[in-house]
Design a protein around this ligand. Sequence first.
Ligand SMILES: Cc1cc2nc3c(=O)[nH]c(=O)nc-3n(C[C@H](O)[C@H](O)[C@H](O)COP(=O)(O)OP(=O)(O)OC[C@H]3O[C@@H](n4cnc5c(N)ncnc54)[C@H](O)[C@@H]3O)c2cc1C
Length: 435
Amino acid sequence: MERKEYDVIIVGTGAAGLFTAISFPVNYKILMITKDTIENSDSYLAQGGISTLLRADDYNAYYEDTMKAGHFENRPESVEKMIRSSNGIIQQLIKVGVDFDKNEAGQLDYTREGGHSTYRILHHQDVTGKEIVSKLLTKVRTCKNITILENTTMVDIVAKDNECQGIVMKDFNGISACYGKSIILATGGIGGVFKNSTNFPHISGDSFAIALRHKIKLENIDYIQIHPTVLYSKKKGRRFLISESVRGEGAVLLNEDKNRFVDELQPRDVVTEAISKEMKKYNTDHVYLCLKNISKKEILSHFPNIYKRCLEEGYDATKDLIPVTPAQHYLMGGIKVNTIGETSMSHLFAVGETACNGVHGANRLASNSLLESLVFGQNTAQNICKNQVDTKIVVSEVQIKDYNDIEKWQQENVKILLNEIKRRDVKFYDKWCNA
Ligand SMILES: Cc1cc2nc3c(=O)[nH]c(=O)nc-3n(C[C@H](O)[C@H](O)[C@H](O)COP(=O)(O)OP(=O)(O)OC[C@H]3O[C@@H](n4cnc5c(N)ncnc54)[C@H](O)[C@@H]3O)c2cc1C
């Protein structure tokens, strides 16, 4: 059988994977794979928006907000790179057709979220991720050098002597291997291993289990973000997020006695903790979000998706209190990388939520994730282009028989990951995420 070889293999078609792919010159032969359909990425679900440097004189405040939310555990060089690159990234998004909302004067409309000291978040209604990902996809589809395979799962990497040479993947036809000069992991976070998560179930941290198997360095794999406000529901399945920008526009949190109990615009971990205390105090499994400070016009124009979903669950957000509760949302840790996406294994890179470049520290500031995925995705691509010039593809033939019991292999992956997370003292893990 003909051996499949590429310049670059990108695993994952979320914002990080797509933006990384279009940041390569068109003479790079690129393969992208995704475990599900292309649209089913957490990037597509992003609601609130993408943060950006408002004006040059906002730099110190934005830097401080990011560091403060992250408990000053952030890597300063990553924070600086992200913020300084933000305006350029927004311009590139606008160039590929992303339509950010504008105010009545026709200027970009900035919103605010918890932990931000000012309004600096661009959005497209409350479906910013869908807008960004669909425009990036349109662009990718025009690139003849990029092949995308859907419903194709990376089950392992091909590696020898700490050098990555390719991936082992599973599709409807079975198991096969393909090889590349550079392999980029853009598989998102770990929400799929939790019962209560805003993430798609198939985004289940496969890269981390594979990294553990190959002794690739991870960092802060226990830094799991619990979002304070998902729509409370007794139904099983993915939790529906009520974006922080709703609080940014004036919504308040109320306890069982209908009293406020926290400054709603504190960083996520602080608000989650406060909600948790109230729920304990009143022995309830939710608190309430009250949108009465937001005009009906603003709710319908800025938050149509959230409004619709609440209605489906029986709540009219323009009148009713919305029951909300915390759930797993994001992973600040991941595969340890530097600002050019390099992992501890040569020829293997990681971008987006899979990577830990330290930009979020111990707790991510709202709307910094899409931005980070794009900034460091592009930076990784540009650096691979500089360094890959003389790289040859080295091939260690994969023994497909090793993966014959693929179900077992994948179940073991989940176990390996959970053991690693649970080995550490994960705050809220059992209480909020696996209830
Ligand atoms: C409901 C929700 C709302 C959010 N809102 C915001 C927001 O407003 N602003 C913001 O900045 N961030 C937001 N986030 C976070 C943000 O969307 C994500 O952190 C970010 O988009 C991650 O992008 P990514 O490309 O790294 O991963 P993802 O978008 O999660 O994509 C991962 C990709 O990897 C693929 N994949 C996974 N495992 C495998 C495998 N083994 N083999 C092959 N493919 C695989 C998946 O199919 C998918 O294509 C939100 C997240 C959620 C869940």
